[in-house]
Design a protein around this ligand. Structure first.
Ligand SMILES: NC(=O)c1ccc[n+]([C@@H]2O[C@H](COP(=O)([O-])OP(=O)(O)OC[C@H]3O[C@@H](n4cnc5c(N)ncnc54)[C@H](O)[C@@H]3O)[C@@H](O)[C@H]2O)c1
Length: 404
């Protein structure tokens, strides 16, 4: 049996195979669902990833820690460079420090408050986290001459669009939630920066993304979790409402294609699956995969919910070569495999009694006092995968001080 290949050998082989110097990607929201998958894919192809995330508690911090652990393992096994900064994108001082010291080539801005319903209760937070953060990054991107600015938009910008499938040229000026309005605002600001400064920008309108490491507040995760645990699910309406569910690997392929093709004019693309699934079909698929019947709580239609989302992929296919390949059954099987294994460990950590905080490791680390078992923010664990251990430690400490 050959012994395990050391990371340095893997890195050397990768360098020999590809003499190109790795590009330096700023990936925001890197501890989140789509951000962690995107950062992982970039590391796997040998790029340098500068990861930023404020690690907010919108959902399990253990899950976000798990995502960062995956990135650290990927960096260690591929020899690719990873730096993690904990902090908020709207923190201008922090982000300026990162742009100054990290020489960013391309931005992949995925950080956002992503829940639709909480945005109705807390619109100010969404403006801050989504719009202000995006404008902060756009300003820095044009000042530092970044050559591509890719950012997450959402199918929610289509509001109650009755025409299907949804095309990028359809009207998007009637959002039905503050969340959707923030996403549309980001598109407008990106187009403005492109017009004023020639900054290449690409907005990606994601359609209901699911898969391993998925968001626990979204239907694919919630339904599997409740059905698998024998708990009832709320079914809104008669089950005929349809969603265009997109598997994470397909989304990542689209994000990478956008990062790889800066274009002079501001662009916006749908990234969906273009295969709508009714709520009834979706529940039936989960029952089959989980091997359990759903207990249904029949509810009336939800006000504000749209009857159907459906992506027209003509433009993304033509311009980015985007062609999703994962069926809902295959994708949900992969999600369930993750749920039944890795997620159970995360859940155990979530349910474990909170242990008293350990003493701070240094004066900087004490700034990271957060109610979770998280080592990544201490930066020392990240710097293990970094060529220059001193800088990220110092910079991450700045991030911590700024976010404390
Ligand atoms: N998942 C979907 O189906 C979907 C659909 C449409 C659009 N989107 C968009 O895609 C992006 C990624 O979504 P996701 O599902 O991975 O969400 P997520 O919540 O898993 O990830 C977002 C991450 O960003 C971090 N974050 C939030 N605001 C921040 C800020 N201001 N500064 C730094 N970090 C911040 C959070 O801590 C989180 O880890 C978001 O912009 C979201 O609006 C997602």
């Amino acid at each position: 049996m050959p012994s395990e290949t050391p990371a340095a050998t893997v890195a050397a082989a990768a360098r020999a195979a590809s003499p190109r110097t790795p590009l330096r990607y700023l990936v925001t929201g890197a501890a989140g669902f789509i951000g962690s998958h995107t950062a992982e894919a970039l590391l796997r192809r040998g790029e340098c990833v500068i990861a930023v995330d404020e690690m907010n508690d919108y959902y399990s911090l253990n899950q976000k820690q798990h995502n960062i652990d995956v990135l650290m393992q990927t960096a260690a096994s591929t020899g690719a460079e990873l730096r993690f900064y904990r902090g908020s994108c709207e923190d201008e001082e922090l982000m300026r420090g990162i742009f100054t010291s990290e020489r960013i080539d391309r931005v992949c801005h995925l950080a956002a408050r992503a829940g639709v319903r909480p945005s109705i209760k807390n619109p100010h937070m969404y403006i801050q986290a989504n719009v202000t953060a995006t404008v902060t990054l756009l300003e820095l991107a044009r000042e530092f001459g970044v050559d591509n600015f890719v950012y997450a938009s959402s199918s929610s910008v289509y509001g109650q669009n009755a025409k299907v499938p949804f095309a990028e040229s359809d009207r998007t000026d009637a959002p039905v939630s503050p969340y959707a309005a923030t996403k549309k605002s980001c598109e407008l600001m990106a187009a403005t920066y492109n017009h004023l400064y020639g900054l290449p920008t690409i907005g990606l309108r994601f359609f209901t993304v699911y898969g391993p490491r998925g968001r626990p507040d979204m239907a694919p995760f919630m339904f599997v979790d409740r059905i698998a645990s024998g708990k009832p699910i709320n079914k809104f309406g008669d089950g005929s409402s349809c969603r265009d569910y997109t598997f994470i690997d397909d989304i990542v392929a689209g994000v990478l294609a956008a990062l790889d093709s800066p274009r002079p004019k501001a662009a916006v693309f749908n990234l969906g699956n273009s295969a709508t699934v009714s709520l009834n079909e979706f529940i039936a698929a989960i029952e089959e995969i989980v091997g359990r019947r759903a207990i249904i709580n029949q509810m009336p239609d939800q006000p504000g919910d749209v009857p159907r989302t459906f992506a027209d992929l003509t433009l993304a296919s033509k311009e980015l070569g985007y062609r999703p390949t994962t069926s809902i059954r295959d994708g949900m099987r992969k999600f369930f495999a993750w749920y039944a294994t890795e997620y159970q460990q995360i859940k155990q950590r979530d349910e474990a009694p909170i242990s008293p905080p350990s003493p701070p490791l240094s004066s900087h680390d004490s700034d990271f006092a957060v109610p979770m078992d998280i080592s990544v923010s201490s930066a020392s664990s990240v710097s293990a995968a970094s060529a220059e251990p001193d800088r990220p430690v110092a910079a991450a400490a700045t991030a911590a001080a700024a976010s404390a």
